[in-house]
Ligand binder design. Structure first.
Ligand code: FAD
Ligand code: DHB
Length: 390
């Protein structure tokens, strides 16, 4: 098999990349190790930045405009109080969209299968060869049969556990990492959201987040110790703990409903530099991970693939490799801003197991500052709604 861009992985990064290349008239083949149902059902991110919404809309993902929920703010909850952050007022009109990663993937898969190049499920990349030559290859196994994909470029969109990152020789790469002593227990529940915007709550018992998937489905998260088994929490225990962490001095109440899914997500910050080796480029979780508190993971993946497509288009139109050569540095500037913001949000809202009373007071002072200073609040709103791509 032969193509221009070989894409490993059909998560949001790989799928959007294939679509943007198709729209630019560039051929690609996507290899995905799992089956379609698995990719379409994997519960993950839920918040799209303004820039991500614009890119998906231009790419042709039109269901998002009908079913996505536009959000103009979030609520910060601390010390039994509530503070709303108004995004458009603070950012000159920006907002975010609640539209689940599962739906983004479904839309992009449907577009690709209808109009785009080959998208092979159950096709596992085994190795990337010749990254330092003009003709890199991906060896893969599709439904039990080994094959080779010959390419001009390979983009590793294969997530944190993929094979692409390991192709960069250890002597030419650096990694920057932090793990956190807590994770998120996430649930989906068949009950209308108890608030019309997301609620990020800081509590002495730990962080809690109220989010949603639709007007009738709630998505909620609880900070739990890193090694927690989701099945160790009964539904009753989850609702009681959520109620405690969201409690306020007014008459706000949490609606309960049947829990349909629960799982624990570990929390990690990770950056691999550089994001390119020869003709192999890394995009999305293959190159970097953020803790979920700032809702940045999927949005970073979108920024990377937009940057790659701009650079490759530039190369084809002008003959200049300047933007391809700048790919890693361009992406990493935005990645590090998202790493910083995600770290800030995580340490602002979570309670470390060894937190001292001094640190508790500092968290409250930081929240108080956001609630009382337009400058501090604007900083949060700008970061949450998204940094510019490129
Ligand atoms: P992925 O979505 O990981 O996609 C990689 C794809 O590559 C997968 O489909 C995988 O099957 C495939 N693959 C792997 N190896 C191979 C191979 N060898 N050959 C072929 N295919 C391969 N972000 C948020 O903003 N908010 C959240 O609430 C949130 N929750 C998360 C919960 C979990 C459990 C995880 C893991 C991540 C979460 N994230 C969240 C992060 C967000 O989902 C990711 O940043 C986003 O999925 C990145 O997209 P991606 O395409 O780079 O990687
Ligand atoms: C969701 C996840 C996040 O990490 C976040 O900050 C906000 C919302 C969600 O899954 O809905």
């Amino acid at each position: 098999m032969r193509t221009t861009v070989g894409i490993i992985g059909a998560g949001p990064a790989g799928l959007l990349l294939a679509r943007l290349l198709h729209n630019a008239g560039i051929e690609s083949v996507v290899l995905e190790s799992r089956d379609r149902a698995y990719v379409e059902r994997r519960q993950r991110a839920g918040i799209l930045e303004q820039g991500t919404v614009d890119v998906l809309r231009a790419a042709g993902a039109e269901r998002m405009d009908r079913e996505g929920l536009r959000h103009d703010g979030i609520e910060l909850r601390f010390d039994r109080r509530r503070h709303r952050v108004d995004f458009p007022a603070l950012t000159g009109g920006k907002s975010v969209m609640v539209y689940a990663q599962t739906e983004v993937c479904k839309d992009l898969i449907a577009l690709q299968l209808k109009e785009g190049g080959p998208l092979l499920f159950e096709a596992e990349a085994l190795a990337v060869e010749g990254a330092e030559t003009d003709h890199p290859r991906v060896r893969f196994r599709h439904k039990g049969v080994e094959d080779v994909l010959e390419c001009d470029y390979v983009v590793g969109c294969d997530g944190f556990w993929g094979v692409a990152r390991a192709v960069v020789p250890a002597g030419r790469s650096s990694t920057f990492e932090r793990t956190y002593p807590f994770g998120w227990l996430g649930i989906l529940a068949d009950v209308p959201p108890s608030h019309d915007e997301l609620v990020y709550a800081r509590h002495d018992r730990g962080f809690a987040l109220l989010s949603m998937r639709s007007p009738s489905v709630s998505r909620l998260y609880l900070q739990v110790p890193a090694d927690t088994d989701a099945d160790g929490w009964s539904d009753e225990e989850i609702w009681t703990e959520l109620e405690r962490r969201f409690e306020t001095d007014d008459d706000w109440t949490l609606r309960r409903g049947p829990i349909t899914q629960k799982s624990v997500t570990p929390m990690r910050s990770y950056v691999h530099e550089p994001m390119r080796h020869g003709r192999l480029f890394l995009a999305g979780d293959a190159a970097h991970i953020v803790p979920p508190t700032g809702a940045k993971g999927l949005n970073l993946a979108v920024g990377d693939v937009v940057t790659f497509v701009r650079a490759l288009t530039h190369r084809r139109e002008t003959g200049s490799a300047e933007l391809l050569d700048a790919y890693s540095a361009t992406c990493l500037r935005r990645v590090w801003q998202a790493e910083r913001f995600s770290y800030d949000m995580t340490t602002l809202l979570h309670r470390a197991p060894d937190a001292t009373p001094f640190e508790d007071r500092l968290q409250l002072a930081r929240l108080e500052r956001i609630a009382s200073s337009r400058a501090a609040e604007t900083d949060l709103a700008e970061a949450y709604t998204g940094f510019p791509i490129g």
